[in-house]
Design a protein. Structure first.
Lengths: 476, 454
């Protein structure tokens, strides 16, 4: 949704410096000393390994002031010719980039009086230099500008995900940090069914780390390099940490804190390849807390992981979470995923009360049977009600749209209260008035009636408004 | 090698893309069962390039530009290696593995891609080579994944947010990345359309669709569709492409919409596929119908005829019991048929739309109530009019019979109203419920149940 927009905008400018090795303006450097100097500075930073001659100390800029037009030796001229020869062009380096690099190489040599010293026959062509530099950057991710900003610093920095809870943090950070945080956050939530991520994961993280950290609490920080054992907690410490977190959650109910702590807990489990019933417990507790707080992004991460863990029969409460999963996909209206969730349900699962309930909810909705749906809503087992609360209003609007089309000329509001699981007639009236003008409610013979004959269009619109596809980051 | 080189020269001189593709096909033919073996024995790593050069391009025939010659030699050098792996596998050599075949074939694929990407490389008319190489890349990847799976999980590395599904298709995902490059190669070609690789766009897309479906990442197909749409101004019209490309493309497009519950669009694409599909390609026709029939049920509320299903026993088994129950308004039978077929329906991803057939079954049941209600007393020689005011209780009674309800599972009047309201809302019934009086007022003039004659 919205949060992805700033990320997208900020994504492009940042990698540019790494892709175009020499940010050199188009003006001719020979006449503008300041820029010539700048190019030298750059030379020191990026050149030595690639172009084959030792870096020279930067010269005072005044020395290279208006130079007389000079004759280049033939070796240089033939070098330039080779640069432009069609057989030497490299597809990934465009002519402009190549020219800039070439200009840089020659100015640099001229200013340092090395025109005669350089072996122009052997010197790599500028397009090749550019390619080499790029390869170097690719091969060594730590050079990339992305790695920089995400060092573990203050606890507030660690990328957390809640939208509303960490406003204070985003507000007083500078824009570039905001962008980076957003990016991390986005990355966090996107699962990678595809392609790009895999090879890196299998090679980098194939060997488990064994932690040495003894602290119980730890802020979450998204890893950008191999984990450091000094900051990873081993299993016995993690067990104590979980007990502490459970206690803290009961006492303080500070979700921002708890979520952050659970994420670091999960991360420590991941990097140490711990996959036991304890792992299941951690994910289950985190999933339940996230559910309670309506943090569906975080919940979905846990749910996705739990599905893998359950597949390995590590204990836990697979049926409870299978039921949540079905309810979750009803909420997100992800039918492809729903089909997969249905495929996961076994005959034995169907005997489970929670799974049966979730399946009934799904089929009631699929058939538009709001009567049944709201009966089921009132008897939801476990914590499924938190999920159902997410879409119950949406389904009330659907039901009202159907009722308004079917019942003429009006219905008693008491009937709506009963059918759509409202707590009182007042609540019903308030709900109706949120979407429809007051004229549609009429008091007659001591009861309030909804003029269904006239309200059809109003609720039809409200319904389609509410049924826009739900987009949650981190969804499968 | 001799024959293979000759085949290459002939195909090249004829400008036959399929001919070249046949040369690159990594299987022996019936006419020449030792095709691969003789090619492999013809050379060795030290002399391979030289041998290929001389046997393919020596002499004046065919006249091939230098850059292109290099490309072909690279491709066939990689092909030679891959053939070596395949022969090892076929001979049951201990060092052979499906994974090794895949890796070797991936090099062929990369060489082909490189051949097309370089300046004055392979000409667009040779695109069938790309298709063949891509097709076998997918096949080999699937075999490699099966092999890996059968050898047991090789130290499954536990990754947050990486579900188990993705583990078992690692090689195929790798293949998908390579095929994706083939796709880009075709889509981004800017040569004039007569000699453009754009003609390969649908073939490579289909291959990617297939692969993404197999690795359970249907979502990724959206990126391809978007990319094609963005280029649509530069692409020739769909009907200018070979039918074989288009049928598959339309089929997948239809299924993708189908899975998103865009049944109207799904129907359009599936109908196109159905119309263009070769008459005797029964397997493909069956696949199209698997989705087109549920689509029809949702969009037009029609059931498949006996005649349509007759040639497809599998579809007959899948849809016949369900359609019979829908036709007769047998709700119990419908629910039974749904749960009996559930596993198969879910597997084919048609459970959710079929479920909606229950509405039609219910409509048919309620329609019987209406017909059983008979006619009003005719007034002064007017033709008789059906009784259009039907008590809700009568519908409830029908439901009680229809669902075999016993005293215990009594039918809830509010639920009956809810079902009626739904049918009215969905346009399957015309009329309204007057709740205070407990009756349903149905539309007159033979339009109470639209499209059914009453």
């Amino acid at each position: 949704m919205n949060s992805s927009v700033p990320w997208r905008e900020s994504r492009w400018p940042a990698p540019a410096p790494s892709a175009a090795p020499v940010p050199f303006p188009t003006a001719t450097p020979a006449c503008i000393p300041v820029q010539a100097r700048r190019s030298l500075a750059h030379n020191k930073a990026t050149q030595p390994a690639t172009n084959g001659y030792p870096p020279q100390p930067a010269m005072p800029s005044t020395e290279s002031d208006p130079r007389p037009r000079m004759e280049f030796p033939p070796a240089v001229r033939s070098y330039v010719q080779r640069c432009f020869a069609p057989e030497n062009q490299v597809a990934s380096v465009d002519t402009k980039e190549m020219q800039e690099k070439l200009r840089f190489v020659i100015t640099d040599a001229a200013e340092n009086h090395k025109l005669e010293m350089i072996d122009w026959e052997r010197l790599a062509l500028p397009q090749v230099m550019i390619q080499n530099e790029r390869n170097k950057i690719l091969a060594n991710p730590s050079v990339s500008h992305w790695g920089m900003s995400s060092q573990p610093s203050s606890p507030g920095d660690a990328s957390r995900k809640r939208k509303s809870t960490d406003i204070h943090q985003t507000e007083n950070s500078p824009p570039w940090r905001k962008a980076n945080n957003n990016r991390n956050r986005f990355e966090d939530r996107v699962t990678h069914p595809s392609t790009e991520k895999r090879p890196r994961m299998t090679t980098d993280d194939s060997r488990p780390v064994i932690g040495r950290c003894q602290k119980l609490e730890k802020n979450y920080f998204r890893l950008t390099s191999a984990p450091n054992p000094d900051t990873v907690r081993p299993l016995p410490v993690l067990r104590k940490a979980l007990d502490l977190l459970k206690k803290k959650w009961k006492q303080e109910s500070n979700y921002t804190y708890i979520c952050d702590q659970f994420k670091s807990l999960r991360q420590d489990l991941t990097v140490q390849h711990i996959r036991t019933d304890f792992t299941v417990t951690v994910y289950e507790i985190h999933a339940r807390i996230a559910l309670e707080k309506g943090d569906l992004g975080e919940y979905n991460q846990c749910q996705t992981q739990l599905r893998v863990l359950y597949a390995q029969s590590l204990g836990g409460n697979p049926t409870e979470f299978k039921a949540y999963r079905i309810l979750y996909f009803i909420y997100t209206r992800n039918w492809t995923a729903m089909n997969d969730a249905l495929a996961d349900v076994t005959a034995a699962d169907k005997k489970n009360e929670a799974v049966k309930h979730a399946l009934d909810v799904r089929s009631a909705l699929a058939l538009g049977n709001y009567h049944r749906f709201f009966q089921l809503y009132l008897e939801t087992p476990n914590m499924g009600a938190y999920l159902m609360d997410m879409f119950v209003d949406r389904e009330r609007l659907s039901a009202l749209a159907a009722m308004c089309k079917a019942y003429k000329p009006d219905v008693n509001i008491r009937f709506i209260t009963e059918e759509l699981g409202f707590e009182s007639d007042e609540q019903t009236a308030r709900f109706v008035l949120e979407h429809a003008p007051a004229e549609l409610l009429e008091e007659r013979n001591g009861s309030v009636r909804l003029l269904t004959g006239k309200a059809g269009l109003v609720f039809e619109q409200a319904k389609s408004e509410a049924h826009r596809v739900v987009d949650i980051k981190g969804q499968i | 090698m001799g024959t293979l080189a000759t085949e290459f020269r002939i195909a090249y001189n004829n400008g036959s893309g399929p001919g070249l593709a046949a040369v690159l096909t990594p299987i022996a033919t019936r006419d020449d069962p030792d095709r691969l073996l003789s090619f492999y024995n013809f050379s060795n790593p030290a002399y391979l390039t030289k041998d290929l050069n001389s046997s393919f391009f020596h002499g004046k025939n065919p006249r091939v530009p230098k850059a292109e010659q290099h490309a072909w030699v690279d491709i066939f050098a990689a092909y030679w290696e891959a053939v070596g792996e395949i022969l090892k596998w076929e001979a049951g050599h201990p060092g052979a593995s499906a994974v090794a075949i895949f890796n070797a074939w991936k090099k062929v694929a990369n060489a082909v891609i490189r051949g097309y990407s370089v300046q004055s490389g392979l000409p667009a008319w040779s695109l069938p080579c790309l298709y063949t190489v891509g097709k076998f890349l997918r096949t080999f990847a699937i075999k490699a994944d099966l092999q890996v799976a059968s050898q047991g999980s090789s130290g499954l590395d536990f990754q947050e947010e990486v579900a188990a599904d993705f583990e078992k298709n690692a090689t195929l995902e790798d293949a998908a990345r390579v095929i994706n490059r083939m796709f880009t190669l075709c889509l981004s070609d800017r040569a004039p359309i007569e000699e453009s690789r754009k003609w390969g766009i649908y073939n490579t897309t289909n291959l990617l669709f297939k692969t993404y479906f197999k690795i359970n990442s249907v979502g990724l197909t959206k990126n391809l569709i978007r990319a094609i749409k963005a280029q649509s101004d530069d692409l020739p019209p769909l009907d200018a492409f070979p039918k074989s490309h288009i049928v598959t493309f339309e089929y997948y497009l239809g299924v993708i919409h189908f899975l998103d519950e865009n049944y109207a669009e799904a129907e359009e694409h599936l109908t196109n596929a159905w119309r263009l599909c070769y008459r005797h390609a029964n397997k493909n026709r069956e696949l199209i119908l698997t989705y087109l029939i549920p689509c029809h049920l949702v969009t037009t509320h029609t059931l498949p005829s006996n005649q349509l299903l007759a040639p497809f026993p599998r579809l007959e088994k899948l849809f016949r019991p369900l359609s019979n129950c829908i036709r007769t308004g047998d709700l119990v039978g419908f629910d039974k048929a749904m749960s009996a077929g559930e596993e198969e329906f879910v597997k084919r991803r048609i459970y959710l739309p079929l479920e909606r057939g229950r509405d039609i079954a219910l409509r048919n049941l309620f329609r019987k109530v209406f017909i059983a209600g008979g006619f009003e007393e005719a007034k002064d020689g007017q033709p008789p009019i059906r009784r259009t005011r039907v008590p809700v209780a009568e519908f409830a009674a029908a439901l009680r019979i229809g669902t075999h309800a016993t005293g215990r599972t009594r039918v809830d009047m509010d639920e009956v109203e809810c079902l009626l309201a739904n049918l009215i809302y969905k346009g399957l019934m015309k009329g309204y419920i007057a709740r205070e009086r407990g009756i349903v007022v149905l539309s007159k003039n033979n339009s109470a149940f639209p499209g059914t004659g009453v």
